[in-house]
Design a protein around this ligand. Structure first.
Ligand SMILES: NC(=O)c1ccc[n+]([C@@H]2O[C@H](COP(=O)([O-])OP(=O)(O)OC[C@H]3O[C@@H](n4cnc5c(N)ncnc54)[C@H](OP(=O)(O)O)[C@@H]3O)[C@@H](O)[C@H]2O)c1
Length: 286
């Protein structure tokens, strides 16, 4: 049995669909059973209603699980609770979504959090595989309302390049490892798209797909943080996002890898494919 946590999220929902499509026994941990897909794509999937903050629900979900695909908002206490529950239930292999630059002395809080969780996972003694995606293309959905309303978007990543990856390819890589974990023990895979892009490239691809100009408006990380707070993000999240975009401007995410193709047998999707598949989210088509 494969248990997928964060199963209603960007990476998890597609991973569940792919795993059940391989005819593997899959259990999805969800907080709210009414949020599971109704289109048949999860047919045969066992639903376990649970919450990272309620350890008893994790224990109930963990019974009979061999492989855990661990996806969460990466709050250490929560992921550590899942790992401890997995260890209690003799889970054989944990596949964890993490951050490529997770170190205990990272200037970025969320990276320190991942490093803490990774250390706990190593200490648990369970076999583990780490999957570290670059920036997800699906993050662009957060910009969609601004793009629809103002024909542009504000961003503080300057001309920094990044190996943006479609979360569907992250899900496919995660499903490949979770389906057949032997040989992946102790490995870390870096999951990227096929090319380095900038937010100017994002604006150009959106302009091309929509048939109308989409402007990339460069702002400083400080301005960006203020605007995210005004848009309703909690201050610490806005501050952390702005910090990461400032690092991206300095080249922090300018890394690529072949690991998606190695794990899935398929080239990762391009930014152009992502934009073309989701053009309706960003505005009326030409
Ligand atoms: N975004 C990026 O560019 C990026 C890049 C590299 C790495 N990552 C890593 O990717 C991971 C996030 O994956 P994602 O983007 O697929 O996540 P996501 O779309 O934000 O989904 C989060 C999932 O966690 C579930 N969840 C939240 N709190 C929970 C709780 N208390 N109990 C049980 N479930 C809970 C959510 O359930 P509900 O539907 O009920 O809310 C949802 O299914 C993080 O570790 C992040 O660091 C992200």
């Amino acid at each position: 049995m494969i248990l997928v946590t964060g199963a209603t999220g960007k990476i998890g929902a597609e991973a569940v669909r792919l795993l059940t499509g391989k005819d593997l026994p899959v259990r999805a941990l969800v907080r709210d059973a009414s949020r599971t897909p109704r289109d048949g794509s999860w047919s045969g999937v066992e639903i376990a209603v649970g919450d990272f903050d309620r350890p008893r629900t994790l224990d109930a979900a963990m019974a009979g699980v061999d492989t855990l695909l661990l996806i969460s908002p990466s709050v250490p206490a929560q992921e550590i609770a899942v790992i401890d529950s997995a260890a209690r239930h003799d889970v054989q292999h944990v596949v964890k979504i993490t951050n490529h630059k997770a170190t205990e002395d990272s200037p970025v809080g969320r990276r320190r959090d991942h490093a803490r969780i990774e250390a706990h996972l190593r200490a648990s003694g369970m076999a583990a595989t780490l999957l570290a995606p670059n920036l997800l293309m699906q993050n662009l959905f957060f910009l969609a309302p601004q793009i629809r309303q103002t024909h542009g978007f504000e961003m503080s990543a300057g001309n920094g390049r990044f190996g943006m990856v479609d979360s569907r390819d992250v899900s496919a890589a995660a499903a490949a490892v979770a389906a057949a974990p032997a040989g992946h023990e102790g490995r870390t895979y870096l999951l990227t798209g096929p090319e380095l892009v900038t937010y100017a490239d994002v604006a150009a691809e959106l302009t091309r797909a929509l048939g109308q100009e989409v402007e990339y408006r460069r702002v400083t990380p400080g301005q960006h943080r203020e605007r995210m707070v005004r848009a309703g993000l909690p201050e610490p999240v806005a501050a952390s996002n702005a910090q990461v975009f400032g690092l991206i401007a300095e080249g922090d995410a300018a890394w690529l890898s072949d690991d998606v193709a190695t794990l899935t047998g398929r080239a990762p999707r391009t930014l152009r494919t992502f934009v073309s598949d989701h053009v309706r989210c960003f505005g009326a088509t030409a």
